[in-house]
Design a protein around this ligand. Structure first.
Ligand SMILES: [Zn+2]
Length: 285
């Protein structure tokens, strides 16, 4: 049961298992990440209400042209890597990107010959994708669009699942709209290990980006979520790294991104460096 404790915030139970009992993990300003006492899922509690979140995301993405192009350059290599990765399994087909933002990934996949669709909750991003890239997006959230069952070869979501109030419901919908041999690609941050490390060093930070991130997933927890909604097999990868603006951030992203790729390769795809963003592929059939 949910109770509103102040305007715009609500107390919630564990989004994975429904347990109410939790332990505080890290605070950022007035916001608190907690860990479920039962399943150890990490989530924001209390968190903004659905209405507050929808309002928040209208202004979440960068607005001016320079910021949009910086964001495009930051994500470009991750999008290209993801496109190449998807094509190792499927050459062409129907793809939907959820939380499509300005539509840059869909633009890339359209160039490669894919039949693309997208869902986005920011009207500004929808307008940009249509006017600048010629990519029509549908106003989300995904669960409210109502795509037909078994419709897509691929569903993708880049840095989306950590923003969702009901990640399991989202994954169920992804599963439902995939063809029987369809696959899901998720890209997600894995922040808690860095928070632990910085706490050890006594360094203050806001790496969870609260209240934007409502959960933090490890590869193990992502796998439990995928399994819970019916996915049969999965493959965890590093999947490249972003190129953020600013020398320090860019250096850190490149250094840890490359280090994690080397470890992954040397360990014969067994070691996933904690703390860096990761990609997972999940297969329905
Ligand atoms: Zn739980």
């Amino acid at each position: 049961m949910r109770t509103t404790i102040e305007i715009g915030l609500e107390q919630v139970v564990c989004p994975f298992c429904g347990e109410a009992k939790h332990h505080p993990l890290f605070a950022e300003g007035q916001f608190q990440m907690v860990r479920c006492a039962l399943c150890r899922f990490i989530y924001l509690n209390p968190r903004p209400t659905k209405e507050a979140l929808l309002c928040f995301y209208q202004d979440y993405l960068p607005k001016d042209d320079a910021s949009v192009s910086a964001w495009q350059s930051m994500m470009e290599s991750v999008f290209q890597r993801a496109g190449t990765l998807i094509e190792q399994y499927k050459k062409r087909g129907k793809l939907v990107d959820v939380g499509a933002g300005f539509g840059f990934f869909l633009s890339e996949m359209k160039k490669r010959g894919w039949d693309v669709s997208g869902v986005e909750i920011s009207q500004k991003a929808i307008d940009y994708a249509k006017d600048v890239l010629g990519i029509p997006l549908q106003l989300g959230p995904l669960e409210e669009v109502g795509f037909p069952e078994g419709h897509f070869d691929v569903v993708s979501g880049f840095y989306v699942i950590e923003h969702l109030p009901q990640p399991i419901e989202f994954l169920k919908e992804c599963f439902r709209i995939l063809k029987p041999d369809g696959m899901l690609l998720l890209r997600y941050p894995h922040t808690t290990p860095i928070k632990n490390f910085l706490k050890f060093l006594g360094i203050q930070n806001r790496l969870y980006d609260l209240p934007a991130h409502l959960s933090d997933f490890s590869p193990g927890m992502i796998q439990r979520c995928l399994e819970k909604v019916g996915f049969k097999t999965w493959k965890h990868l590093i999947g490249g790294h972003t190129f953020p603006k600013g020398l320090g951030k860019r250096w850190a992203s490149s250094f840890f991104g490359n280090l994690s790729e080397v470890l992954f390769y040397l360990s014969q795809e067994r070691v996933l460096l904690p703390g860096v963003s990761k990609t997972v592929l999940a297969f329905k059939g």
